[in-house]
Design a binder for this molecule. Structure first.
Ligand code: HEC
Length: 131
């Protein structure tokens, strides 16, 4: 457990998210069920793009940078990547929680996942399925 500076609960929650460990703490088997909500638009096979880009290997990838999806990304997503946004676990978690806030103007038509556990689990599944 890390020492967290005293502060408003929202700030504490944000810092916990921002300092989440490098290795997914989630449960990949549970995450597979959550991924059913992503599957209409995302596949995990490399370069198999649907309405959204393949999520194979997305963890650690620069935002908006999959070459085979280049023509379809929004400008907002490409600019976020050009501005330095990389999908590490903390950034992907923040995006899945509130897609429109993390990357304003991006075109993923998904409201976000409410539960932090669901987010951690789906990240673990994406990581597992990308191996
Ligand atoms: C209704 C379709 C749809 C659903 C459902 C959806 N996405 Fe997306 N997603 C997209 C689109 C379209 C983009 C590209 C957005 C852009 O370019 O602005 C995207 C982009 C992303 C990216 C950034 C990829 C990159 O290469 O930069 C991640 C990560 C992502 N989605 C994860 C998820 C996960 C995980 C779920 C399920 C919890 C999910 N998405 C559900 C359509 C969807």
């Amino acid at each position: 457990m890390r020492l967290i500076a005293w502060g408003a609960p929202a700030l504490v929650a944000a810092s916990v998210l921002a300092t989440s460990p490098v290795h997914a703490a989630g449960d990949a088997a549970a995450g597979k069920k959550i991924f059913a909500r992503c599957q209409a638009c995302h596949d995990l096979a490399a370069d198999k793009n649907k309405l959204g880009p393949s999520l194979n290997g997305v963890i650690g990838r620069k935002a908006g940078s999959l070459p085979s999806f280049e023509a379809k990304y929004s400008d907002a997503m490409k600019q976020a990547g050009a501005g330095g946004l990389v999908w590490d676990e903390a950034n992907i978690a923040a995006y899945l929680k509130a897609p429109k806030e993390k990357v304003p103007g991006n075109k993923m038509a998904f409201p976000g996942l409410k539960e932090d556990a669901d987010i951690q689990n789906v990240i673990a599944y994406i990581e597992e399925a990308s191996k």
